[in-house]
Ligand binder design. Sequence first.
Ligand SMILES: [Fe+2]
Ligand SMILES: [Fe+2]
Length: 407
Amino acid sequence: MQRVALEQLKEGMVLFEEARDIKGRLLLGEGSEIKSSHISIFKKWGITEVTISGEADDKEDDKTGIDLELFERTAKNVKNIFQHAGLSHPFMKELFRLSVSHRFHANDFEPLHRINIPEADEQNNVIKVNLRNELSKKSIKLPEISTIISDLNEVINDPQSSAEDVGTVVNKSPSLSARLLKIVNSSFYGFRSKIDSISRAVAVIGTREIASLAIGLSAIAVFKGIPKEIADMRLFLKHSLACGLLARIIAAHNNIPQTEQLFVAGLLHDIGRVVIYKDFPDQAAILFRLCAGGNELLFQEEKNRLGCKHTDVGKILLTKWNLPETLVQSVFYHHSPSKAREPAWPSIVHLSDIIVNALGFGSSGERFVPQLDEKALENISFPPAILAMIVKQATHQFTSFVSFLKE
Ligand SMILES: [Fe+2]
Ligand SMILES: [Fe+2]
């Protein structure tokens, strides 16, 4: 099988898997022979590529002419970052294969990056804060909700909201409306004609969907100001965006209509870390040094050394901001989705985060691929066979965010 861009799609090709639009509506069944009318339908519904049967043209797996020794070394190093995730589950096996291939072709041969935080003497290497206590004393400085998010919350919570209401709120911020239009016109949606106003975007994509996207884009403003010595904000943003893109794609494959909300859940999944890095930079630096000296997951060390995890902080922040409960739960349970009462959305964010860590799209500070909650794969439909395709789709969409990241 191979992914084929719509421009390269020809009559007579056979669909390897069903084609669905971005809302998950079935357009053409698996095994159908492509006719010119199908190509017109795909164009009309914003499909940018489909999977067809035939010889795989997976250049990533073609090992002719490559430095095999370097490839093997990359595989060995990738195995190291998979030490907590394990390789026994077929999903992880396939993800490992993709990770080795992706990192090798991206010249990322040594994925276990060293940290650049300066050494400290013994006295300054002891964590002195218990975040759980700080949270219960309410002494953590949680960022205030912006007026735009609270206005958008009102729009989302009001069943009478109109397209005009979203437009009025979003247009108050020229930079937000510009970023929204950039996303709407990117391959994220794949519309053929240009959407040049928020009211048009709302008409095509939906009131709640655009409001959700706008909330996500406004919320990431808190990423600004992460101390440079602790984490690279651009890498953090990349990790978050890639997780959002994957969550949205996996949601579409599961016929979940609220794809934008899943994008936002992925985008904000590690927001608790932002608060920790900004409020307790010295403690975060010690935590990184401790992690670099051992082989523990940052996530586990947060709990062991700081007394609570970034998921706890994220939950408190998003609850304070009055964001929808489904979103709060997806963020809170993204490392343990089977514990959630409604595990489907947290499972999607969980798998997206694992994939993003495995492929090395940005970083939120974690050096290893997090452990898989195997039940996550029972909560949604995600056969390992479609992993390669989903990763390709996400990589393709991710490139259209590069200009967005530059701002
Ligand atoms: Fe996380
Ligand atoms: Fe993450």
